[in-house]
Write a protein that binds this ligand. Sequence first.
Ligand code: GLU
Length: 275
Amino acid sequence: MITRFAPSPTGPLHLGHAYSAMLAHDMARDAGGTFLLRIEDIDQTRARPEWEQKIYDDLSWLGLSWPTPVRRQSEHLPTYAATLDQLWNKGLLFPCHCTRRDIETAASAPQEGVPMGPDGMIYPGTCKYLPRSKQRPTGCALRLDMTKVAQQISYIEQEQTHSIPARFFTDAIGDVVLARKDMGTSYHLSVVIDDAAQNISHVIRGADLAEATPIHIILQKILNLPAPAYHHHHLIRDANGKRLAKRDDARAISKYRAEGASPNDIRRMVGLPEV
Ligand code: GLU
């Protein structure tokens, strides 16, 4: 079993991250496998080296260890670009210049609100049939033409097989953005390429990312990548039942640490067995 924790260095790790990382770590350890750490820093406007360093400090303090060097997404931009070239050459991507406002106006019934998918508003198709250049354009968003790739796909979530019908991909997900204008890639594309590059067998992550999983599964299919098994865990909530966000510094691991908590105290707080 190979698991991973894949934080973005855009703020402090909180109790929810601690739970996710320790669960992925414990599952690999119990199976005699390997736990990996990956830094998801493609959003260079938000990623900061000091947050990355704090991730290493917090996770080490929690008692976790991982093989080095750690994979950092910002060092693999050419790999993501090469995959986009492949998809472009197969005619599966189209450039999109729409703003949010354009999408809202083009929606079939804008007064009812644009239908939302896991990646925001479901794209109404405005730019889809414009002529395409031979060379993949850069400096604009690239969307996946979902009608060309939709198919029924099965995947494993917590040891159960689930099947997603082709219609779900076209109707509930739509033409997702695979390269963002400002980044030249996207979370969905990078995460799928990296999980395969790191031979991840089990993706352990929060339930908030479960709705992105169909996007990852269809990308694995069209890129011919192995599909890991998934385990989306419950979210750690605050006393009011609200899920923790990066800006909730109140639950930052470093804060508990400064107040004298031990790693086993953190394990108890999130309901994991002590070590
Ligand atoms: N980088 C993502 C985040 O910090 C997690 C990606 C994943 O686990 O698939 O929310």
